[in-house]
Design a protein around this ligand. Structure first.
Ligand SMILES: [Zn+2]
Length: 461
């Protein structure tokens, strides 16, 4: 792999849409009841809200943003942050919240937290009972992610500061805790949150608009999901994928009894306590076969692996793009993709998908990058598939699995103009068919662009 290619991939990997590292997940703290109890009530803790996997958003001048709320009233406000400048949270983005704290403004918020905290600690059977919100500990915004702890420390110690600005757990873990909350079954809370965000915006803007006018709702729009600022996109993806897993795994696969999400939403356990009649003096055995299995999580948070590949030749002068049935009307040509099968390597799965869909034989597969894709819970594994042209390998046949309407080898020069369309002379009628490629937030676009850039770099060397 060339040095230039390596650098480009490293940069892409750092800021992959839906996959930017926004929080230190400190996953081992999910089962630490002392930490969970402290963080859930802490004034600095941030919450994002979902209703049926749809996140609560509001419209801002810069677009649609996640409504991120805090427990306390006196926390660092988005208005104090200057884009590109040093600030108290270390970076901008995913810091949107309002000066109205949940504990003061939502009448039963504190009792909701108390109930959940007890249920979570005791593994209560009705942890996700009727009308109860489901909580998920997402992680800590800490120095490893760029939090400016020093400045928050001095803020906390300032005389006029009434609230701690960050959480300190045993002097070892310091930062701002983030939780996602699924309010689907608490209609009252769901509505109160919309009202609270609306009131906060109206107070700030000195207006009297309705929530609709302020663009406040639980959005299901794919357009919004794909236009979030990168850090919001990652927080959304993180919460939506976990809640989709929790929603679709309500019953134990071993015995059919209800499951509950313990460890602050990170682990599912079966509620069946029934034991088999004792034999001799051995330990009582549970009727449920997975209750006390060596790995007792009845279902791990689910990620479905899919491979996606850009197909090219060795000198990158040709790129194969294909048109799926779903994208026929938009004429959107894209990379080849498909789900992995059990006991398949990524490389073998990629070769198989390429052959099944396009008939082309790939000689070499390079895994280059991955992207979480929360529709509903995929991990896209991005590869480059290299085809050595020999009169046979490159021949396209679409009739193996009949998934595609068309697949073509394009000159890289043509694809470059699609990628860098804003640099093309408006008189250049290079694309009479109106062929489109995927949006820049997708890994498909990133792979296409990578291949095009590699070809240009080859000319520069
Ligand atoms: Zn069970």
């Amino acid at each position: 792999m060339s040095h230039l290619l390596h650098t480009a991939i490293k940069d892409i990997q750092k800021d992959m849409y839906f996959g930017t590292e926004v929080l230190n997940r400190v996953s081992f703290l999910r089962e630490d009841n002392e930490f969970i109890a402290k963080s859930i009530f802490h004034p600095s803790t941030r919450f994002i809200f979902f209703n049926r996997q749809q996140p609560l958003v509001y419209r801002d001048y810069g677009g649609t943003k996640l409504a991120i709320l805090t427990n306390g009233n006196d926390q660092v406000n988005i208005d104090e942050l200057t884009p590109g400048k040093h600030n108290k949270l270390g970076y901008i983005g995913n810091t949107q919240f309002f000066a109205n704290g949940l504990i003061d403004k939502i009448s039963n918020w504190e009792s909701i937290l108390t109930t959940w905290c007890e249920d979570n600690k005791n593994h209560a059977k009705n942890l996700r009972g009727e009308g109860k919100p489901v909580f998920l500990f997402m992680g800590l915004l800490d120095e490893s992610i760029g939090l400016d702890l020093k400045s928050l420390k001095s803020e906390t110690e300032a005389e006029n500061c009434t609230e701690d600005q960050y959480l300190d757990h045993q002097g070892r873990y310091q930062g701002i805790a983030y939780y996602a909350v699924d309010v689907t079954r608490d209609y009252n809370l769901s509505d109160q949150l919309v009202e609270l965000v609306n009131k906060s915006i109206n107070e700030k803007e000195k207006t009297g608009k309705s929530p609709q006018e302020n663009g406040i709702y639980y959005t299901h729009s794919r357009k919004h999901f794909l236009q979030f600022e990168h850090k919001d996109a990652s927080l959304y993806s993180h919460g939506a994928m976990f809640f989709n897993w929790l929603k679709t795994n309500k019953f134990c696969p071993g015995c059919g009894h209800p499951t509950i999400p313990i460890h602050a939403g990170g682990k599912l356990v079966c509620t069946n306590e029934e034991t088999l009649p004792p034999v001799d003096k051995s330990e009582p055995k549970f009727v449920c076969p997975v209750k006390k299995a060596p790995v007792s999580n009845v279902s791990f948070p689910r990620t479905d692996m899919a491979i996606i590949s850009i197909i090219t030749n060795r000198d990158r002068s040709k790129i194969l793009l294909s048109l799926g049935k779903r994208h026929a009307s938009a004429k959107m040509y894209s990379c080849t993709a498909g789900f992995m099968e059990p006991s398949e390597t990524v490389e073998v799965a990629t070769k198989r998908e390429i052959w099944e869909e396009t008939g082309v034989n790939c000689e070499e597969i390079q895994i280059v990058m991955t992207q979480p894709w929360p529709f509903p819970q995929n991990l896209m594994i991005g590869c480059i598939g290299v085809v050595d042209f020999n009169g046979k390998n490159e021949l396209i046949h679409l009739d193996h699995d009949n998934e595609l309407l068309d697949a073509r080898w394009f000159d890289t020069e043509f694809v470059r103009k699609l990628v860098y369309s804003d640099e093309v002379d408006s008189n250049d009628d290079f694309n009479p068919e109106g062929i489109m490629i995927p949006i820049p937030e997708s890994i498909a676009f990133t792979l296409i662009k990578l291949c095009v850039d590699e070809e240009s770099n080859k000319h520069k060397l």
